[in-house]
Design a protein around this ligand. Sequence first.
Ligand code: ADP
Ligand code: MG
Length: 467
Amino acid sequence: MTGNDRDLSVKTEWDLVCKELEAEFGEAIFKSWLSPLQIESVSNDGVTLSAPTRFMRDWIQSKYAERIRELWASRNASLKGVDFTVRAMHLKPGTPEVDAARVAAEAGIAIESVSLPVGNRAWTLEEVAAPLDPRFTFDNFVVGKPNELAHAAARRVVEAKEVPFNPLFLYGGVGLGKTHLMHAIAWHIREREAARKVVYLSAEKFMYLFIRALRFKNTMAFKDLFRSVDVLMIDDVQFMADKEATQEEFFHTFNALVDQNRQIIVSADKSPSDLDRLEERLRSRLGWGLVADIHATTYELRLGILQSKAEQMGIVVPAKVMEFLAHRITSNIRELEGALTRVIAHATLVGQAITLESTQEVLRDLLRANERRVTIEEIQKRVAEHFNVRVSDMHSDRRSRAVARPRQVAMYLAKQLTPRSLPEIGRKFGGRDHTTVMHAVRKVEELRVADPSFSEDIELLRRMLEG
Ligand code: ADP
Ligand code: MG
């Protein structure tokens, strides 16, 4: 067969497979997921099909890939394999060619619902930037072991004469001080170098603005505006997950600013390499500068923060109460602050002194919620660390033993340590089926019986997680 003939027969085979898929999964599923697939390439190794977005590609891979391979193999036994890829971007950066409706749909938002600067005019930097919280300054930021690297990096950015690293990438869990540090940088620069244009905004707002710019066909103004900034801070970039057009726009803005030696600061809830729903090139770019993580709080940091807050409010809180709070409210700093505020507000309202008893009474619900509860995310993180694999491997399709075993261990621990059901656990592991989780649990149980040292390992992990 010539190359052409073969392409043709592959096309015919694919059409037939499509018919079977439609019959099997129904018209709705076929239309939304399978019919957008196109033959990308044919080679000696088999066929590569492409999906329009990364999200669709991943979904197809986890839900339909096996079946597609089976059906195709039953028509053509010599077929080596079927692979899935994301269709090459056909969006031309710099032109308003991108379809706003599609981007909005990708983002899962209705354009009309976005209440932001509107209309057919260029925006100002003041409109684009989010307001800064006056409390989020360097003076109010308590430094401790978990955040010292991030803090030092932030100070470096405001003190250095040249851009010290680009970007500064801050990451850590919810309520650990990422936004506080970014605002602190912005305040500092605003106060001391008023001529430098500093813009802070959330990734979400960046996306909204971008969509509006597309909608009103002023993407050129949008680009010019962002490219005029001296220091650009984008908070919570994990929000750009699967939003490919927004990522693309950000990527170009990012490169333009880096080329002009402007400072970029980005935050996220995960490290760049674990942001697996961002495009590879953006992810890798984000990791080029300094990556600083903020760890979970320690007792000492929590106590330090409480003391600092009480001092700021000018209220004397008994040491015993502060120690109690630092000991018991471990989830994050936002909750810790909330607890202190509640205790103080209550005492002021009823005109009584703050005591350990009144504190326990006022915070009963919060304290119960802070009783040690292990989350599946924590389990995945710990297990990944322990076995030296990436957290993203917990969700990935990779089947090699080196990652499959840790994944099974994490599923097993999730079953043991959380009240989650098998299907719920499966979903948290890259959308796996409940039978996969069941199999993992059995497998680990068997291994524990067969291998005492493995069993000890698991026991260790368990104790660590239960804290
Ligand atoms: P994140 O952006 O990481 O979710 P935030 O920056 O919003 O967290 O911080 C949550 C709350 O905790 C804020 O009120 C912030 O002022 C406070 N906070 C966080 N870290 C510190 C710190 N090191 N010292 C004082 N307050 C802090
Ligand atoms: Mg934040």
